[in-house]
Design a protein around this ligand. Sequence first.
Ligand code: 13P
Length: 255
Amino acid sequence: MRKKIVAGNWKMNLNFEEGVSLFSEIVNMVKDEVVGDQEVIVCTPFIHLSTVAKMSENVKNVNIGSQNVHQAESGAYTGEVSASQVKSVGVEYVILGHSERRAYFGETDALLAEKTNVTLKHGLKPIFCIGETKEERESGKFFDVIKNQLVNGVFHLSKEDFAKVVLAYEPVWAIGTGLTASPEQAQEVHAFIRETIANQYDAETADNTTILYGGSCNPSNAPTLFSQKDIDGGLIGGASLKSRDFLDIVKVFNA
Ligand code: 13P
């Protein structure tokens, strides 16, 4: 059975103290309220990683992710952070290919393939994001766009390495806009992604891949989204900054 995951992406929000306080609330709520084996991943800015990783050490099913790493091992890359550095403070996951990084930092599929390699090399698991823009959806080309992102970003991996990847379908038009994809729209794409994985690898690999939905996900729409056959959880932006909302989304998998 593939893993159910709810991951929070704090993006560039919260100072150190605010982040530690939010994380502490999340941990307490997880301990008190979570009864299933869903995994909770919190992807914080770099400044919080070391502290929150320590705070989560003995908390079942809570793990930490960074929101990026550089593609090189180390060296003269002022302002960047490497995979081995985040690994050394207890990080387990790395968000890669987020549409904000593709759009604002020029991250291409080829660069993301390199980042995926260095992430896996250091024993970290990528949360690899894919998704179409509004224009690509309206022109009907979105299946091609998503397939290309998979082919060029992660399909060079061996089956063994691909098994460590979590995918996140985040339609760009749904991120931070309040315009959630309908459960049917999201399910249609998730089923397509799973079928594409089956064609590239095999049915078992496809069946075992966790595919998250992201884009204006909140406590009201999460239950219907997560009940879709091919949706295995969510990558949550805005709602992950409020402990109550985030936990209510996590608890969709309590039942
Ligand atoms: P929102 O939940 O704020 O739409 O953000 C989604 C996202 O980009 C998560 O990575």
